[in-house]
Design a protein around this ligand. Sequence first.
Ligand SMILES: *Cc1c(COP(=O)(O)O)cnc(C)c1O
Length: 435
Amino acid sequence: MKTLTLDKQHIWHPFTQVKGALDPIAIVRAKGAYLYDEEGKAYLDMISSWWVTLHGHCHPKIAKAIATQAETLEQVIFADFTHSPAATLSKRLTDLLPGSLNRVFFSDNGSTAVEVALKLAVQYWQNTGEHGRTKFISFEGGYHGDTFGAMSVGKGSGFFKAWEELQFGVETIPYPETWEGDDGVEEKEEAALVTLRQVIKDNEGQVAALIMEPLIQGAGGMRMCRPGFLKKLEKELKTSGILLILDEIMTGFGRSGLMFAHQNSDITPDLVCLSKGLTGGFMPMSVTIASEEIFEAFLGDSFDRAFVHGHSYTANPLGCAAALASLEVFEEENTFEKIARIEASHRKALIGFQSNERLENLRVQGTVLAMNVKVDDEGYTSSVAKKLKFQFLKKGFVIRPLGNVIYLLPPYCVTAEELESAYNVISSVLAGQTP
Ligand SMILES: *Cc1c(COP(=O)(O)O)cnc(C)c1O
């Protein structure tokens, strides 16, 4: 039976109101920046398939690393056992991170990496005798995944109304989102810091950690803030002893221009969550990386002090092999040169988009270009999203607006011509579409 028929009978798709949704497109293969459907139609994947594909689809080096690993060691329990792919990957990742960020805890996806970070933060304070520190601070518009803890700290995203009653208490502070030519940014940053200081004061000795997506709030609409703001934020947190958790699940592995977004601000978090691009977009895997100080607080003579958490596929060797191969590609293919070229191209395109009167709040950070379409119904449920998405797909582009926000987040293999075609399709679709 045809894929679509079977799909419609049996599958429940993510983040989708199935009633009235466009039929899903059955993809049969992918190569580089393209996806191909059953009829052989090509789609230029300008969102890296939900922000995971890093160097390109089906990159031969990563594919081969997975195949070789699958024939050698496909999986082993990770309590009482270890293996070279996990150990080598941990060394490579921690070498890329600042300070004493030195301990890698593996899990399976972004949400679980966030759960691990939240649980570690709370237990860290318990293990060090500060039992009252159980609260979190997060940002308005922040998104950290769909499990309960991640939903709680991501309540500012507005996606989780149905489960609001069941979420734990989180203080949210304003996010100083900014764009090209924004005059109000200083004020917004100051207001955010004033609120932060107040929240810290009102909850003295009760806050375990602050969690944020550094520089770019992804699902919240590719909302960007300035690197200098992170530096000021870090200072406030250090003064009050609150841990800083950076959710680099989307921003990691070059998306922000540098390997990790926090490097743009030269700050040192206590915990970092990575997933999405970790395996180059091939395997579901994530890591939560903790400072040595946090790790040491879990050592002791009783099991109570240990971190009692784990997943069946913790440190799956296939995922580790893919991640190692992906890191090698960064070096072999001079990926940061490609990233710099994408950023330069985006910045040039931004100037062109500035004269488009349907657009506002243009912004670029690294390989991410974003812009708001002027509409009456802003936000994720904006009706313009579906119309635009349909037009882009018809023309062979996977560009999937977040509400009224159009953005590009391409795989790094994308060429100058392909980027140009994506900028052009945005202009032409907006021109042909009645407001
Ligand atoms: C996607 C994402 C998550 C959740 O990751 P999943 O793998 O979808 O669970 C968490 N935080 C950020 C910033 C993300 O972009």
